[in-house]
Design a protein around this ligand. Sequence first.
Ligand code: SF4
Length: 113
Amino acid sequence: MTKIGIIICGRYINCGGGKCLKALKEHAGGFAKYPKDELLELVGFANCGGCPGGNIEYVPVEMIKNGVEVIHLATGLVVGYPPCPRVTQFKEYIETHFNLPVVIGTHPIPLKY
Ligand code: SF4
């Protein structure tokens, strides 16, 4: 089993997470990297807090309390318009400060975003 945390773009704060959760369940998109028979448990779902992403400093702590092992930055950070200019910075920050692997991407890129 792998415990997953998802951080979405604060511009999509009202998102219900449907595409991310479907992808998690189906091991699609950013979750295709996990073996099909591996259980993926969602232990955290949050947004960055809005530009410039101040929640990135805090929300991983909450996820760590729930045993998170990998944090996924949602697909919306890279396919929204404009793409998040800080996505690489977020990945490096979380990996360095919290010693957690970060994957960029959750659900497959929709045809219409
Ligand atoms: S563009 Fe980046 S910093 Fe701004 S709200 Fe979205 S994820 Fe957060």
